[in-house]
Design a protein around this ligand. Structure first.
Ligand code: FE
Length: 131
């Protein structure tokens, strides 16, 4: 019963390591590019191993007055120490942190959605005001 919303975790990122942390200006200029950083584990580190890692982050923006949200970007974290020799023997690990550069004509709300391969979906949000 229920729907996918019931499977998306929401919590304080300072207490729950899976919650994406969105960092950007609270106020931006209309139609002017700005950076949005999204990371996992800013306060409490999340593992990054072959068996347990963050798989992806998706970032959406819902402009005030619009019906639908727009996907800003989708970021796959593909390397977690995998290698032919076995788990966690590889040389490469992608860290679960991204920076998107975007602009908007309207104020609205950013939504970050992330997936831990073991602990599922987590989301957070942040208001952006166009001045
Ligand atoms: Fe996890």
């Amino acid at each position: 019963m229920g729907n996918i919303n019931d499977r998306i975790g929401r919590a304080d990122w300072k207490k729950e390591k899976h919650v994406p942390v969105i960092e950007c200006a609270d106020e931006v200029k209309a139609d002017t590019m700005f950076d949005v950083k999204v990371s996992i584990g800013k306060e409490i580190a999340h593992p990054n191993t072959t068996a347990h890692h963050i798989s992806w982050i998706q970032l959406f923006f819902h402009a005030d007055g619009e019906k639908f949200a727009i996907q800003v970007g989708e970021f796959q974290f593909s390397a977690h120490g995998e290698a032919a020799e076995g788990p966690d023997t590889g040389p490469v690990y992608t860290h679960h942190s991204i920076t998107a550069t975007m602009k908007t004509k309207k104020s609205g709300k950013l939504y970050a959605l992330s997936l831990c391969n073991i602990h599922g979906l987590w989301e957070s949000e942040k208001e952006i005001k166009v001045i």
